[in-house]
Design a protein around this ligand. Structure first.
Ligand code: NOJ
Length: 528
């Protein structure tokens, strides 16, 4: 394997800590639970674990409302538990990536308590306070991502504070150098404890328009969309000044060697690319959610991959994401069969893959009865909630699928007695085995981990084919997005060996001239 920094070579695995493993019987996952399951992650073959927020928090948004940037919420454990997790991960050559939430704190953060106490508070300017509009009402038309206005009036001081999310999540004022300095200190606190990088929450939101201009109306808005889409978020986010803020964070990381900065960014492709920053001073990896947003068709995905590859800045490293704690499960979106194609795609494209816990089991949409809804967004805007993709990891066929000894905070999937790690780990055809084999191949073949990419045009609308190559090794990946079989021409005289099929079996077979592809089958071929 050529010498390449770990986050380019490796695969990131996202753990939603409430739902991974509970060790203290409260129905909510914890840090010790993650530590207990590190052997599983090593066995699976991922390289880094990204942990969604575990900081002290009132949990209005399940940890994305931070009350102390340098601590651990007792629900998840202690700083000692955290240190142990990092040490145990490192012992297994697994990296640890923390979720960092700098755009907003909790309303309970002492900084905000101080800020809201009076207009003269030393920390007043750490948050975004504005007078009511002339004639009263919120200062402008900005909306909360969770529905309703993004401004809440604080009657005691007569001003509104801005919150891009819940009223319990006031936005910090990143134009204030003291805020930047405090946040840099928080980054150093965790870097000093050995974390290998950060996934930065809503990084494109950090700077807002200095003049707080109204957002323009979105002509494409329709009532089935969340209310935030009523306006184009032109002034409330994605301001050019944000790149300087990101460069500041990156500079902090640079002092610590090979650490990674990943930015969460939901923007169109052209804008996303800007977040690599001038001369790559921005995020190492601006999260690429395009696969989540593109229709599941071979031609659309092929076009996306080509546009993304072509749009990358010189030296910018690609990455791909299929799911996370905010998006419907991939298996629910494309169906069980195509979820296998999706896994093969994610783990063979050029760029760092991020795999969401449970997707390796093919977990689908878990229905949440009304009385068990937990996500505040679902309460504000029914139908948009994220509970169905946050349900507990399923480990075995025992009570609570081995996740907890108590009733879990969210329900298990109905098929938990068969859809679990224990039941699937030794089955050749399981989704879990498919993931493990793909991750194994990625480690075995530098062409997959760090090699080049080129499309193989076949002129078959349901098939997406491409090659990954490095140092004379060529792998060809052929993915059938449709439900008909095809005979695929191999376009040159070479002989090929089937390394694996998404349907299991066929490995080791030699083919030349053409190869048969079953409905919804994916193949990885190695040129002889
Ligand atoms: C993005 C996070 O992924 C999401 O879960 C959270 O609700 C918002 N940011 C607010 O922090």
């Amino acid at each position: 394997m050529p010498e390449t920094v770990w986050w380019k070579r490796g695969t990131v695995y996202q753990v939603y800590p409430r739902s991974f493993q509970d060790t203290n019987g409260d129905g909510v996952g914890d840090l010790r639970g993650i530590t207990q399951r590190l052997d599983y992650l090593a066995w699976l073959g991922v390289d880094a674990v990204w942990i969604s927020p575990v900081y002290p928090s009132p949990m209005a948004d399940f940890g994305y409302d931070v009350a102390d940037y340098c601590g651990i919420d007792p629900l998840f454990g202690t700083l000692d538990d955290f240190d142990e997790l990092v040490a145990e991960a490192h012992r297994r050559r697994l990296k640890v990536i923390l979720d960092f939430v700098p755009n907003h704190s909790s309303i309970r953060h002492p900084w905000f308590t101080d800020s809201r106490a009076s207009r003269a508070s030393p920390r007043r300017d750490w948050y975004i306070w504005r007078d009511p509009a002339p004639g009263g009402g919120p200062p402008n038309n900005w909306l909360s991502n969770f529905g309703g206005p993004a401004w809440t009036l604080d009657p005691a001081t007569g001003q509104y504070y801005y919150h891009a999310f819940l009223a319990e999540q006031p936005d910090l004022n990143w134009r204030n150098p003291a805020v930047r300095a405090a946040m840099h200190d928080a980054l150093r606190f965790w870097l000093d404890r050995g974390v290998d990088g950060f996934r930065v929450d809503v990084i494109w939101h950090l700077m807002k328009d200095e003049g707080f201009r109204d957002n323009p109306e979105n002509p494409d808005f329709s009532a089935d969309l969340p209310e935030i889409n009523r306006f184009a978020q032109v002034y409330s986010a994605d301001r050019p000044e944000v790149l300087d803020v990101i460069a500041g964070m990156r500079a902090v990381l640079r002092d610590y060697g090979e650490r990674v900065l990943i930015g969460e960014i939901y923007l169109p492709m052209e804008r996303l690319m800007a977040y690599y920053g001038p001369d790559l001073t921005g995020a190492d990896m601006p999260f690429n959610f395009q696969l989540i947003q593109t229709p599941w068709r071979a031609d659309a995905v092929c076009e996306l991959v080509e546009n993304y590859e072509a749009g990358l800045p010189e030296g910018g490293w690609p990455n791909w994401v299929l799911g996370n704690h905010d998006q419907p499960r991939i298996a629910a979106r494309v169906g069980e069969l195509q979820a296998r194609i999706a896994a093969m795609l994610l783990l063979t494209l050029r760029g760092t893959p991020t795999l969401y816990y449970g997707d390796e089991l093919g977990l689908g949409h878990v229905p949440i009865p009304p009385e068990r809804v937990r996500d505040p967004w679902e309460r504000n805007e029914p139908g948009h909630g994220r509970d169905p993709e946050r349900t507990p990891m399923q480990w075995d066929a025992g009570p609570q699928a081995g996740f907890s000894t108590a009733e879990p905070w969210l329900p298990l999937s109905e098929d938990a007695t068969t859809r679990n790690v224990d039941a699937m780990r030794d089955t050749a055809t399981s989704m879990l085995t498919l993931h493990r084999r793909l991750l194994g191949l990625r480690r075995e073949h530098a062409a997959l981990a760090v090699g080049g990419y080129r499309t193989v045009p076949l002129g078959l609308p349901e098939i997406f084919a491409y090659e990954r190559f490095e140092d004379g090794t060529v792998l060809r990946i052929v993915l059938n997005f449709g439900d008909a079989g095809h005979t695929i021409p191999l376009t040159d005289a070479s002989a090929w060996t089937i390394l694996m099929s998404s349907h299991a079996g066929r490995s080791g077979a030699r083919v030349s001239g053409a190869v048969d592809l079953a409905p919804a089958e994916g193949l990885i071929l190695l040129r002889a």
